[in-house]
Design a protein around this ligand. Structure first.
Ligand SMILES: Nc1ncnc2c1ncn2[C@@H]1O[C@H](COP(=O)(O)OP(=O)(O)O)[C@@H](O)[C@H]1O
Ligand SMILES: [Mg+2]
Length: 131
């Protein structure tokens, strides 16, 4: 299975990325619950790229131990205070502020790096559980 790369610069690309993530997780044999978690996390991170960075890219690929890795990159304005941005309810965009903390909860691992003026880099992974 090859990595899937989705350029993100319009709202509809977030939906495309989320659908691609669902399809890949389905191919990997993820339970519907885990497929939906992956899909929702990708949607939130991709929508942030459109809203706050303008453009970026998401890459999805299988990793060892039946996992799925999602990498999101943009070269937008970055995040000044990552720990605040990871709090439930923090938003600079007058929205719910649940995207980043929600994606972290939905995935098995979540790492975010960001530098003001340089952009944002997120690596998140999902490992299916037994249901
Ligand atoms: N890719 C990004 N580039 C710059 N800032 C971002 C990015 N993603 C998130 N942020 C910042 O983190 C905050 C929290 O994001 P999130 O939890 O998704 O909530 P919301 O999108 O509702 O604001 C955003 O309000 C924004 O300030
Ligand atoms: Mg958001």
């Amino acid at each position: 299975m090859y990595p899937i790369i989705v350029p993100i610069f319009e709202e509809v690309h977030a939906i495309v990325a989320a659908q691609q993530g669902r399809a890949l997780s389905q191919k990997l044999g993820f339970h519907l619950v885990d497929q939906t978690a992956v899909c929702t996390a990708i949607l939130e991170i991709a929508r942030n790229i459109v809203k706050y960075a303008g453009r970026g890219e998401m890459t999805m690929a299988p990793v060892t131990d039946n996992g799925l890795e999602i990498i999101a990159r943009d070269t937008g304005p970055g995040i000044a205070d990552i720990s605040r941005a990871m709090e439930n309810g923090f938003s600079t965009g007058n929205s719910l502020g649940l995207g980043l903390p929600g994606a972290k909860r939905l995935m098995s691992s979540f790492e975010i790096e960001s530098q003001p003026g340089k952009g944002t880099h997120i690596v998140m992974r999902k490992y299916p559980r037994g249901y």
